[in-house]
Design a protein around this ligand. Structure first.
Ligand code: ZN
Length: 278
């Protein structure tokens, strides 16, 4: 969604009536309505609240959608807004980058105000901005940590017992807790999934991945350590159907998560470099 997109927006006025309009800048229009400069209808019915926004490629498409929307009974209008139904072929707008398969948030996590697309001329990327408190929503990849646990030239993998990628082989690891160092997270995840105590021996690599199984398109920042076993008892946990050690020449084909194919390819290459005898 670029800054020159047009939007159909719906407001709920102070007397509970609805008002619709079209604009290229929803935040500016909302401010105008709430300061009495938006329209004579809303000027006497303040404050107004933004309850729906739909993006369109141009002014004419937005105006046609508005004309159709205005003819709907009030109940149908509210139903469309509540169920986030598209207006005239447009998606219900909650984010500036729907085309990039990015899951928008609908409400501000800070104040529960409605979020709307936002493009600052100085910013290369489209964001969302809160129509109430003005907080801009920046998206970041979720941090994950895992370990390439090696013993006698073999790598420890976990067979997943749960979706996504049920039945596929996975590098032990997972999401970090909010205040957890990646190294501690990798040790914890390996212990939880395999029963083994490990000692990281170095940073293996960092891989960015978008979860293709995930409708919201979450990005993950995957941090991997090389590691060796220092204790524990090998025992797959509830999320793991099996554990196994693989040599560089007999790695399984069914691998969970797109980026893991690259991680394993890098491990094979590193093993060949470090231990040409294997
Ligand atoms: Zn807010």
């Amino acid at each position: 969604m670029t800054s020159d997109s047009w939007f159909l927006y719906a407001l709920r006025c102070a007397d509970d009536t609805l008002y619709t309009g079209v604009t290229t800048d929803v935040v500016r229009r909302l401010r105008e309505h709430n300061t009495g400069r938006g329209a004579s209808y809303t000027a006497g019915r303040r404050p107004v609240t933004l309850i729906g926004v739909w993006p369109f490629p141009d002014r004419s498409a937005a105006q046609k959608a508005e004309a159709r929307f205005r003819r709907l009974p009030r109940r149908t209008k509210l139903e469309r807004i509540a169920r986030q139904l598209p207006a005239a072929g447009s998606p219900f707008c909650r984010d500036g980058a729907i085309a990039e398969r990015i899951q928008p948030l609908r409400f501000c996590p800070r104040c529960a105000g409605l979020l709307t697309p936002h493009k600052d001329p100085d910013d290369e990327r489209s964001r969302q901005i809160c129509t109430v408190c003005g907080t801009i929503r920046y998206r970041n990849a979720k941090p994950c940590a895992g370990a390439l646990v090696e013993e006698h030239g073999h790598l420890l993998l976990v067979k997943r017992a749960v979706e996504p990628y049920m039945g596929c082989w996975d590098i032990p690891g997972g999401f970090l807790e909010v205040d957890e160092h990646p190294e501690a997270g990798a040790i914890r995840e390996v212990r939880e999934e395999t029963g083994l105590a490990i000692e990281p021996t170095g940073l293996f690599g960092i891989y960015v991945d978008q979860n293709s199984y995930d409708a919201v398109g979450t990005y993950c920042l995957n941090i991997y350590y090389s590691a060796r076993v220092v204790g524990g008892q090998e025992q797959p946990d509830d999320d793991a159907a099996d554990l196994a050690w693989f040599s560089p020449v007999d790695l399984p084909r069914e691998i969970a998560f797109d980026h893991a194919h690259q991680v394993l390819a890098d491990w094979v290459e590193k093993t060949a470099r470090d231990r040409p005898d294997l």
